[in-house]
Design a protein around this ligand. Structure first.
Ligand code: HEC
Length: 154
């Protein structure tokens, strides 16, 4: 019995070492090509605390972002996050969904829950959340509110 557990653990360990050799952990922070005109430094500050790692090119890569398989998840999140909304490429052609940002914070979808335990500084108090939502609306507009207005005027 113990022998079997020992063997299984060895296999797991060997696999964990081997997957480190798979390429794809190159953490890139491409150049900043454009920045939004934040309505206030406070909005920029809250955004930096809570959103920057996945929605800018100024990602702070923690040590464990070099360790597979966590690194794969982190890479995926940053790639997806940047592709939808990236404040370091403001003004780029193509998708940049700033006008959805307020709604994502309002309904608690962003920042993602799994980001918070390793990033306690990203957790916003209800008052800070409120501040950020207002700041995002002022900076990027608010797609949700626009839709509601249209519905009402129908
Ligand atoms: C851990 C990485 C991470 C953090 C931190 C994060 N996001 Fe995201 N965000 C994502 C990913 C991945 C997606 C794309 C997939 C999805 O929509 O869930 C996304 C999508 C979005 C979108 C596009 C909406 C959509 O679903 O198409 C907006 C807007 C957004 N995030 C805003 C924010 C704001 C504002 C914050 C900070 C309060 C934030 N995010 C923090 C990873 C992150």
């Amino acid at each position: 019995m113990l022998m079997k557990i020992g063997k299984a653990l060895t296999v797991v360990l060997v696999l964990l070492v081997l997957i480190q050799l798979i390429p794809g952990n190159d953490h890139q922070n491409p150049p900043v090509t454009g920045t939004p005109q934040w309505d206030s430094p406070r909005t920029a500050e809250l955004f930096k605390r809570s959103c920057n790692d996945c929605h800018s090119n100024e990602t702070v890569w923690p040590w464990y972002s070099n360790v597979a398989p966590i690194s794969w998840l982190i890479n995926y999140d940053v790639k997806e996050g940047r592709s939808k909304f990236n404040v370091s490429e403001w003004g780029r052609t193509g998708k940049n969904e700033g006008d959805e940002a307020a709604a994502e914070v309002r309904n608690g979808k962003m920042p993602p829950w799994f980001y918070l335990p390793p990033h306690p500084e990203a957790k916003l108090t209800p008052a800070e959340k409120d501040e950020l939502v207002k700041g995002l609306v002022a900076t990027f507009g608010d797609e949700d509110a626009e839709k509601e207005k249209k519905e009402e005027s129908r």
